[in-house]
Design a binder for this molecule. Structure first.
Ligand code: NAD
Length: 467
């Protein structure tokens, strides 16, 4: 049991009837109107922030138990990032919720027009295992800030974090408005049979299709935060040592189990050999000669993923890494070259610490390689050329495009986070979360006094028809 948790959380399988009752209870809370008040929203967000500050040790221990995340990585990528999301939301919420005026065409005046953001109702947040805290809570921050009630379904593959959320959220937030349901496919299926007002899913595209199909039965809108193969293009002329360090950092964080990790490198021209050396050096600098002994290097979440990843090692020549141990689910930070571009390594998202380098002769070939595949969640490029940046921006499509650094674009509060095509549908973070979890309602208000609209009423005399 984790520090600070008084009793193990016992999970009953959620039946469809149980799920229906749960949603009915949350709908009843929503109907009282209390979640609509800005004061309620802020109180919940402040309580959530307090929880993260006061129980940092509990969540850090849970993340270590699930993924062997180091305390520093757990703090920066899960706890502090969620706190930042809360702070940014609290800072701007009043402004985001203010009605916005729209201009009224001359022929419809006098009148006023505005948009107001109204909460949707009860939303379902389904979270994955790789950042099991942040990816459950950051969508919840948006759902609460927009005035909704919510069910959070953490991933069963991160059981310690799931249990910590199930224990602490009801003790922290309004329990009649926010509920945690632990469990796996049966529980999620029971939930998905219910009519929610929005379903926010983070995970793989296969389950994304299951979620969207279930939501379609109720015409429920969905956000799908998916993954895919995010390339890192490296051009000659870029500082290759810095590029390699940043790629290694983004790739091997959380043992490569990051949706926006660089999936593979496209080494343009003659950059490959130097990159191989710089990556090898960077890995050694970050994790030592034997990364198995590094407290800063994570483990693969389960044996299924471990077997899948070690099965990919044969699709190329190992430049560095490749060591593995099934008992501890350790797979060393690995760089491969001379890869089979038609094999599984290059057809599926790797989602682990294996980094293939693919040589391409020029930027044209790199762009062709990218556009021939599914649209990635992120595209990274390391280049000194402004012309190359312009070409990549205009000739490729991806959830995000980042020059010079992987992953950190997520920490810019004003940027949306989401994919396009196979990498996802919709986006969130900051004000984009308010958009996702609200309906933007058009409000039109015309005084009943004067009636210039009579010009539009029949009968349509010759004079009127010329207007
Ligand atoms: P996962 O296995 O934890 O699944 C995600 C959620 O779906 C879990 O809550 C799980 O219980 C539920 N689920 C699984 N099978 C289901 C089914 N048949 N029916 C209903 N619900 C089901 O996580 P995962 O999918 O292995 O996560 C990894 C994927 O997620 C990768 O592709 C990664 O790129 C992507 N990802 C995307 C983001 C993002 O923000 N875009 C973030 C993290 C991960």
């Amino acid at each position: 049991m984790l520090v600070g948790m008084s009793a193990p959380t016992h999970v009953e399988t959620l039946t469809p009837t149980g799920a229906a009752d749960l949603v009915a209870r949350l709908n009843a809370t929503f109907a009282t109107g209390r979640t609509k008040s800005t004061a309620w929203r802020k109180t919940q967000l402040r309580a959530l922030r307090r929880l993260l500050v006061e129980q940092t040790d509990v969540f850090t221990a849970a993340l270590h138990a699930d993924l062997a995340k180091s305390a520093t990585e757990a703090y920066t990528t899960e706890i502090a990032s969620t706190i930042n999301e809360i702070d940014h939301t609290l800072r701007h919420l009043d402004r985001w919720l203010r009605p916005r005026r729209a201009s009224v065409p001359l022929g419809l005046r006098p009148a006023r027009a505005r948009t107001v953001r109204e909460p949707l109702g009860t939303v379902l947040v389904i979270a994955p295992w790789n950042y099991p805290l942040q990816l459950a809570l950051a969508p919840l921050v948006g759902a609460i800030a927009a005035g909704n009630t919510a069910v959070v379904k953490p991933s069963e593959l991160a059981p310690a974090t799931s249990a910590a959320l199930a224990h602490w959220l009801p003790r922290t937030l309004d329990p009649q408005a926010v509920t945690v349901v632990e469990g796996a496919v049966p529980e999620t299926t029971a939930l998905l049979e219910q009519r929610f007002d929005h379903v926010f899913y983070t995970g793989n595209g296969k389950v994304g299709r299951v979620v969207m199909t279930a939501a379609a039965r109720h015409l429920t809108p969905v956000t799908l935060e998916l993954g895919g193969k995010s390339p890192a293009v490296v051009e000659p002329g870029a500082d290759l040592a810095t590029a390699a360090r940043r790629i290694a950092w983004g790739k091997f964080m959380n043992a490569g189990q990051t949706c926006v990790a660089p999936d593979y490198v496209l080494a343009v021209g003659e950059t490959s050999t130097a990159l191989e050396q710089h990556l090898t050096t960077a890995i050694r600098e970050m994790y030592g000669a034997d990364p198995a002994g590094s407290a800063d290097y994570g483990r693969i979440v389960d044996e299924r993923h471990f077997d899948r990843l070690t099965g990919l090692l044969g699709d190329g020549r190992i430049v560095t890494g490749g060591d593995h141990d099934r008992a501890t689910r350790y797979l060393a930070p690995t760089v491969l070259t001379d890869v089979d571009t038609d094999g599984p390594l290059m057809s599926e998202e790797i989602f682990g610490p294996v980094l293939p380098i693919i040589r391409v002769p020029d930027l044209d070939a790199a762009i062709d390689f990218i556009t021939a595949r599914d649209k990635p969640l992120a595209l990274y490029a390391f280049t000194a050329s402004a012309a190359s940046k312009r070409r990549l921006a205009s000739e490729t499509s991806s959830g995000a495009l980042s020059f010079g650094a992987p992953i950190v674009h997520l920490a810019v509060p004003g940027l949306p986070f989401g994919g396009v095509g196979e990498s996802g549908l919709g986006h969130y973070h900051g004000e984009y979360s308010i958009d996702t979890f609200s309906h933007t309602k058009a409000v039109f208000d015309k005084p009943l006094l004067a009636d210039p609209l009579r010009l539009a009423y029949p009968p349509f005399t010759t004079l009127k028809s010329r207007l």
